[in-house]
Design a protein around this ligand. Structure first.
Ligand SMILES: [Zn+2]
Length: 437
């Protein structure tokens, strides 16, 4: 509400007041979404990932909600099961210069790493200045590679934190550890120090590497690696489930599909990636919409899909598109919600510069009802579960909120740091949008 001008509040106080009463009527309270988010981010669900059946428990929870709301099954189950490969980092430890580092805050393990236990070796310090100079000519690069391959032999490799003036050199630097041969990596680890925010991710593969990504705070010239370990478990056929439910509309020939992924990054050792904003908030948002429309019969039929394994690379949604439970051509529009737990600075919508008619409708509703400070336009981006649908021609929006404390793919994205400021107004905005589509 910050961006509302005083002029409009002054000139139209009655209008605003009546809109707020209207907003309260449909929006009820935050009690229920808060319960859903607290539940999904609790220890019980282990970060909704690949250890302790966290994702499986979350799937059951979402299906129970669908059942209580009275959503219909498509077929004889709320679930669509699939298998996928995943490299599970089950535990990791790192002790540097006498200090035990905290996973997710002080360091991460590169997600394609293999298991390894501490092995005492000398350290080889990679030289980023020499490296960037070597990239200026083929001859220099060949020389650099020759020297590097010799110097790193039988040593742990340390990449010091370094800010390159050209971004592409920075990403080349990050990828350099891939050049070391598997047999060289057998009993040694790579320590990549960085000034970047630590952002965890997942990998569908396990490589020959054991790599730590470490905050630059722990880098020093007299670096000493006291201890480390990685426990990685590659599973080639991990079972995961999308959760699907339906509400029959007045006109059942067309579908509006509402999606949000319920999975997150899971748990490494004792560190839980709770994913409150990403995407317990979107899951709660989807359940709220389902609740509303189960009491207000929609114009078109609505299908609600809570996807699994988004964080591993849109695996659940890609599976659904390849194995659809209804013809995808019946989808009139798809709304994907991922990161709905902020909104004090409005929302941004991927694909809004493509589906301009729908974007205008949304803006028109918002300018009448003043539900969110801004709706920012964005083109296509393959960054959430709308993407596999969009790629096969399904018209779609992906909405995420702007604002919040900026915790993302780290242990700080938890229920107590989530403010849900825009949640109820955004719920009303999208209810209106779905009704007017
Ligand atoms: Zn997400």
């Amino acid at each position: 509400m910050k961006s509302f001008s005083f002029v409009s509040l002054f000139v139209f106080p009655l209008l605003i007041q009546s809109q707020m009463i209207n907003a309260q009527q449909t929006a009820t309270t935050l009690d229920f979404p808060k319960t859903v988010i607290r539940e999904l981010t609790s220890d019980e669900f282990s970060g909704r990932g690949y250890v302790d059946d966290g994702m499986g428990k979350a799937a059951d929870y979402v299906a129970t909600q669908f059942k209580e709301i009275g959503l219909k099954k498509i077929g004889d189950s709320y679930f669509q099961e699939f298998t996928m490969p995943i490299n599970i980092i089950e535990d990791a430890e790192l002790k540097i210069n006498g200090k035990e580092l905290k996973y997710g805050i002080d360091f991460l393990v590169r997600p394609n790493s293999k298991s390894q236990k501490y092995f005492k070796r000398d350290l080889y310090l990679f030289d980023p200045v020499k490296f960037s100079e070597a990239l200026t000519s083929n001859q220099k690069l060949t020389e650099f590679i020759g020297e590097d391959m010799k110097a790193q032999h039988l040593k742990h490799i340390v990449f010091p934190p370094y800010q390159f003036e050209i971004d592409s050199i920075g990403s080349y630097y990050k990828d350099w550890p891939n050049f070391y041969r598997p047999d060289e990596n057998r009993d040694r680890a790579i320590f990549f120090f960085t000034k970047d925010k630590l952002t965890a991710s997942l990998s569908l593969e396990q490589d020959s590497i054991s790599e730590f990504i470490v905050s630059d705070k722990f880098y020093s010239k007299d670096l000493k690696i006291d201890n480390y370990s990685i426990q990685a478990n590659f599973v080639k056929d991990f079972k995961a489930r999308n959760v699907i439910g339906k509400i029959e509309g007045e006109n059942p020939d067309s579908l509006i599909v509402i999606t949000a992924h319920y999975d997150h990054l899971g748990k490494v050792g004792n560190t839980i990636f709770r994913g409150a904003s990403d995407n317990a908030s979107g899951t709660a948002f989807l359940i709220e919409l389902a609740k509303y429309f189960s009491n207000h019969k929609p114009k078109y039929s609505l299908v609600f899909i809570a996807f699994a394994a988004e964080e591993a690379g849109l695996v659940g949604s890609s599976w659904f598109v390849e194995h659809p439970m209804f013809p995808l051509s019946e989808i009139k529009f798809l709304l994907n919600f991922d990161i709905m737990g902020a909104g004090e600075n409005g929302i941004q919508i991927v694909n809004s510069s493509i589906f301009t008619k729908e974007f205008e409708l949304l803006n028109q509703i918002n300018s009448e009802k003043k539900l969110t400070p801004q709706i920012k336009k964005r083109g296509e981006a393959c960054n959430s579960d709308h993407c596999p649908f969009f790629m096969v021609g399904v018209p779609s929006f992906f909405t995420y909120t702007l604002g919040g404390p900026g915790y993302y793919h780290d242990p700080l994205d938890a229920a107590d740091t989530l403010n849900l400021e825009g949640f109820l107004n955004l719920k009303e905005l999208f209810i209106e949008f779905i009704e007017q589509l």
